[in-house]
Design a protein around this ligand. Structure first.
Ligand code: HEM
Length: 252
């Protein structure tokens, strides 16, 4: 009984095998259209990608880095609003959970793009192994790029753990979920120190708002869990309410 009352609702994945198949089709179609239509629609971009000193890979990596960072922020923010119960006000816990799951997966896809596309950049000149092995990227800020790589792997760990919950158990899954704070801090440090755009005012505002809002939601979450009645108190209150109701002649 105590366990049942103290447990949070168990959310199930919103993805069905059919929806995953649709996503694969959409990605394949997108790639096909990009390869066939880009050369005629955006000749400059195509020329840059195929040229001797292509800058487009670097721009694409920087752009997708910020998209990934934003999706990571959204994933954390929706996760925190589920646990601190703010999601009940808006947009509702099931919707918040669906968005939380979706942006986590989408963000991972963007990080892979962000990292792998760097192999096309002739200035950074990363090999595949330098992209995938943490701290192996000699030449360009290896420690801070390594923080990004740690961010990616820890993000993948947290996301995958959701789908193997029944094997690892609820407590282990919750423990792994706390790693997401490390993911965010590692990605933030990585973006701040290795990013070219950090010196721009807009980027500094972006990082402040991103980190500040998550800090607020985290403090709110801790405060909410500290002020919530402990399971034993809740059980006592619930059984007291129950006995009051059953002895009362007024039926609600
Ligand atoms: C395998 C993992 C990763 C690798 C190899 C990698 C590599 C890089 C490199 C080389 C840069 C510097 C690009 C420049 O010249 O501006 C960079 C910047 C950046 N990365 Fe990553 N990264 C990884 C993971 C991540 C993750 C997990 C995130 C966020 C979720 C992220 C977000 C960013 C952001 C926001 C920037 C700043 C872009 C700018 O200021 O122009 N990266 N990354």
């Amino acid at each position: 009984m105590a366990d049942k009352i103290s447990q949070e609702p168990e959310y199930e994945s919103t993805f069905t095998p059919q929806s995953i198949l649709y996503i694969f089709w959409a990605v394949a179609l997108g790639m096909y259209l990009a390869m066939t239509l880009l050369p005629s629609w955006l000749p400059n971009l195509s020329a840059s990608l195929a040229g001797a000193e292509p800058k487009a890979y670097w721009y694409l990596s920087r752009g997708s880095g910020f998209v990934a960072m934003t999706l990571l922020w959204a994933s954390m923010a929706f996760g925190l609003t589920i646990t601190n119960k703010m999601a009940r006000l808006w947009p509702g816990a099931p919707t918040a959970f669906a968005v939380h799951e979706f942006v986590s997966l989408l963000g991972l896809a963007f990080v892979m793009f962000h990292a792998l596309i760097l192999m096309g950049d002739h200035f950074i000149n990363f090999t595949f192994l330098q992209v995938v092995i943490p701290f192996a990227s000699s030449g360009f800020k290896p420690f801070w790029v390594g923080m990004g790589q740690i961010g990616f792997y820890s993000w993948a760990l947290v996301t995958v753990s959701f789908y193997v919950r029944s094997h690892i158990g609820h407590n282990a899954w919750r423990l792994i979920h706390f790693v997401s704070f490390l993911t965010y801090v590692a990605a933030l440090a990585h973006g701040l120190v290795s990013g070219t755009d950090t010196s721009a005012l807009w980027a500094q505002w972006y990082y402040w708002i991103s980190g500040g809002s998550l800090l607020f939601l985290t403090i709110y979450r801790v405060a909410a869990s500290l002020s919530a009645p402990r399971p034993a108190v809740r059980i006592a209150a619930e059984s007291r309410d129950h006995s009051l109701k059953s002895s009362s002649p007024i039926v609600e």
